[in-house]
Design a protein. Structure first.
Length: 126
């Protein structure tokens, strides 16, 4: 795995949430930087496509006031990636959501995400 691919994967994990939630750029353009057009994203058994992710961004932009990703470990091997990380999000009304994510992915030749399978678990804050 090249250094470029490792950097791109780390950016995917840490920069994508920030760009989607707090950026002014069209969510579709942001997604296109990180995903191929026909990607598959299966989260907790639910298949999300490009439009479903875009639709998810709109309410998130209204309700999240801060977020950060804490990456615990990543694995990269050829076109396969895996990560274990925690997403911390503070909501507009003060609630803090802490979500552990276990993610496995397949990369396209250009380094963008082709497929993701992830399992999430909401954990108590702290």
């Amino acid at each position: 795995m090249s250094v470029h691919m490792e950097q791109r994967f780390t950016e995917f994990l840490t920069s994508l949430p920030e760009e989607l939630v707090f950026g002014d750029e069209d969510p579709g353009k942001v997604l296109d930087r990180y995903y191929v057009p026909d990607f598959e994203y299966r989260n907790d058994g639910i298949l999300l496509n490009r439009q479903k992710l875009i639709d998810h961004v709109r309410p998130t932009r209204k309700n999240v006031v801060s977020c950060r990703v804490e990456v615990h470990e990543t694995l990269l091997n050829a076109d396969r990636v895996a990560a274990r990380y925690t997403l911390h999000a503070v909501m507009r009304k003060g609630k803090v959501l802490v979500t552990q994510v276990y993610m496995f992915g397949l990369l396209a030749p250009d380094g963008r995400i082709r497929r993701i399978d992830s399992i999430t678990r909401v954990v108590p804050e702290g």
